[in-house]
Design a protein around this ligand. Structure first.
Ligand code: NAD
Length: 364
């Protein structure tokens, strides 16, 4: 029996991972620890809540007492720390909560896990794993060439990536200093079911369906690598099962795209799935294609130009590679959002109106 404690499991990647783990191992038990911020929602877990192998604890990872109790109740073999404030634009608006959750919260998770692990019988202690979920954004920005490798020095540019970098350094220190079996993964931009509508892909998709402008930051030529969330979950399971404690693994989708190309791919998938002439919102505006909704807007302050991942280590050492090409992943994502419009409405209601955030920064 493998018991997992999944923090941030009511959010996008964490909920996909909880679902993946329960299906992957029919004996696995999953406890989600989540504060249910604007980004975490019970609706996201609706199919999991009745499962006797699933449990939800509502609480803050920065609350030491609560984390200790959650570990005591769940008795995990694996702790996976997804919980974070995750939106760069919001970290420009209000960085404090990013430091509290992403740095202090990660610290409390590591510290409580260290004490819990020290009390385990030797066989269970050997199998224990703490996986810190990080991002490629900690490496900073690339020029037109080159890839982020596991050895690339950290150079975070936003309060979000700086807070994630802080957590990564703590995770590394807990392995080096205390021998806690810590692993970390640095992944590229994820997309797929249950992503909060503030992020580029769901925001574009929903605005397009409603005939609203599709904002493109700056010249639209910033480049990101895109990873289908199901492929990411498989990579995380692989790292937990076969990765070496103390190691870090980059996880990427082999799908470098400009933001403009991402928006165009979504528009093309929508042209196929719900042609503009069948969509009253577009018909009312006399538009024949979703791409006619594109508008260029002011760039994000400190916007990194390019991220690209070298994911050869995880392929070479653990045999993982992504299964989804970008077009196929986008088609599946479009299908999911079309079938789950109610989820989209409910997770935004009273919390978020798809307004532009994070314009307050900028170098003088
Ligand atoms: P998300 O914003 O969708 O979900 C975050 C979850 O964490 C939410 O359920 C929220 O309620 C919970 N949470 C926030 N603060 C908390 C706290 N103090 N205590 C307990 N729970 C709290 O994020 P996501 O996109 O699923 O990202 C998950 C992880 O993956 C994050 O650590 C993020 O940095 C990392 N990551 C994400 C991406 C991406 O493309 N989405 C890329 C690289 C890395």
């Amino acid at each position: 029996m493998t018991s997992l404690l999944v923090t941030g499991g009511a959010g996008f990647i964490g909920s996909n991972f909880a679902r993946y783990a329960l299906a992957k191992n029919p004996r696995a038990r999953v406890t989600v620890l989540d504060k249910l911020t604007y980004a975490g929602n019970l609706l996201t877990l609706r199919d999991l809540l009745p499962n006797p192998r699933f449990k939800l604890i509502r609480g803050d990872i920065a609350d030491a007492g609560l984390v200790r109790k959650a570990l005591g109740a769940c008795r995990p073999d694996w702790v996976v720390n997804f919980a974070a404030e995750s939106h760069v634009d919001r970290s420009i608006e209000g960085p404090r909560v990013f430091v509290t959750t992403n740095v202090l919260g990660a610290f409390e998770m590591l510290e409580a896990s260290r004490r819990y692990w020290a009390g385990l019988p030797p066989a269970r202690a050997r199998g224990f794993r703490f996986l810190q979920i990080s991002t490629d954004e900690v490496y900073g920005s690339l020029g037109p060439k080159g890839l982020f490798r596991e050895e690339t020095p950290y150079a975070p540019n936003s309060p979000y990536s700086a807070s994630k970098a802080g957590a990564d350094h703590l995770a590394r220190a807990y392995f080096e200093t205390f021998g806690l079996p810590v692993l970390s993964t640095n992944c590229s931009n994820n997309y797929g079911p249950y992503q909060y509508p503030e992020k580029l892909i769901p925001l574009t998709l929903l605005n397009a369906l409603e005939g609203k402008p599709l904002p493109i930051y700056g010249d639209g030529l910033s480049v990101r690598d895109w990873l289908y969330v199901g492929d990411h979950c498989e990579a995380l399971w692989t790292v937990l099962s076969r990765g070496k404690a103390g190691e870090k693994y980059n996880v990427g989708g082999n799908s470098e795209k400009t933001n403009l190309a991402v928006v165009d791919t979504i528009c093309a998938a929508l042209d196929e799935a719900v042609p503009a002439w069948e969509n009253p919102a577009l018909r009312a505006k006399g538009l024949r294609r979703y791409s006619q909704l594109k508008v260029f807007v002011k760039d994000r302050p400190g916007h990194d130009r390019r991220y690209a991942i070298d994911a050869s280590k995880i392929k070479r050492e653990l045999g993982w590679k992504p299964r989804h090409g970008f077009k196929e992943g986008i088609r599946e994502t479009v299908r999911w959002y079309l079938l789950n419009r109610i989820w989209c409405q409910k997770v935004q209601a009273g919390k978020y109106g798809r307004q532009r955030l994070g314009l307050t920064g900028g170098k003088k």
